[in-house]
Write a protein that binds this ligand. Structure first.
Ligand code: NAP
Length: 265
């Protein structure tokens, strides 16, 4: 049987790269999306091939700004042409708040730019992918739950933990939680389960500027598991979903945060 196929947005660096590598290790073909870092996307594809080892997986690199409708259409078209079916969409691409301005100084054009990438992109990319997934031949998934199509969206602990200098980021991440539930409710009848994966503080380019701050916070017990999250931590959680180990769950949030969400007295 052919491999299932995953499309990972923002796969040229950081968490998206880690997700792609873990999916390839598990025997998924990967559509590696990037916006500007073509070299990074090539590295992801190479590392996917290495991780896959004996698994004969394929990767396909596609440039697409997820905030742009024409780019999203082109990317889904390229994936369809290359692989014929899509078993997993991972909405991972995202940017941090532009300028990290105090909410009292936030600028409208920066708000719009972030919302286009972090919220509008996943909302309409999921729509495109889901309409494609609906058309599928369901015979393969009778023999293996990894062929049942799924959607995973990477949100953040910022969906519920406030940063007053990243209001737009926090709001977009909170909205992705509702997006997950809306699509979960709508797509269940088509056998498409939908999940939110909520990472804590993960080592990547996004968190590199605040590395010292978090080094100290982790050492002081900021999370019960006292270490930085790594991209592969998120990747492994997504592999568990992709493999079909949550067949009777949809609309759920999987926390990958070292226990950050636990309240303690
Ligand atoms: P990162 O290292 O900054 O990487 C961002 C990725 O998104 C890159 O692959 C980038 O592609 C891509 N991207 C940016 N704008 C894009 C666009 N318009 N269209 C398509 N791709 C675009 O960030 P990260 O830390 O891996 O974060 C990945 C996701 O996890 C984000 O949604 C982020 O909000 C979320 N998250 C991160 C953390 C954390 O602590 N790092 C925690 C919680 C949630 P190019 O390289 O081509 O620009």
């Amino acid at each position: 049987m052919a491999n299932p196929t995953a499309l990972v947005t923002g796969a040229s660096r950081g968490i998206g790269q880690g997700i792609s590598i873990e999916l390839a290790r598990a025997g998924f073909n990967v559509v590696v999306n990037y916006a500007g870092s073509e070299d990074g996307a090539r590295r992801t594809a190479e590392e996917c091939a290495e991780a896959a080892g004996e698994n004969d997986i394929q990767t396909h690199i596609v440039r697409c700004d997820v905030g742009k409708a024409a780019d999203r259409e082109r990317m889904i078209g390229a994936a369809r042409e290359q692989f014929g079916s899509l078993e997993l969409l991972v909405n991972n691409a995202g940017i941090t708040s532009i300028g990290r301005r105090d909410v009292l100084e936030a600028r409208e054009e920066e708000f719009d730019a972030l919302m286009a990438i972090n919220l509008k992109g996943p909302y309409f990319l999921t729509q495109l992918a889901a309409n494609w997934m609906r058309e599928r031949d369901t015979s393969a998934e009778q023999s293996s739950p990894r062929f049942a199509p799924k959607v995973v969206t990477v949100s953040s602990i910022s969906a519920y933990a406030v940063s007053t200098n990243r209001g737009d980021y926090c709001m977009a991440k909170a909205a992705l939680g509702m997006m997950t539930k809306v699509y979960a409710a709508r797509l269940a009848e088509f056998g498409i389960n939908v999940f939110e994966v909520c990472p804590g503080v993960i080592a990547s380019d996004m968190t590199a500027p605040v590395k010292e701050k978090y080094d100290k916070m982790f050492a002081d017990g900021f999370t019960p598991i006292r270490r930085w999250g790594q991209p592969e931590d998120v990747g492994r959680a997504i592999v568990a979903i992709a493999e079909g180990y949550f067949p009777y769950s949809t609309g759920d949030t999987i926390n990958v945060d070292g226990g950050f969400q636990i309240r303690q007295l």
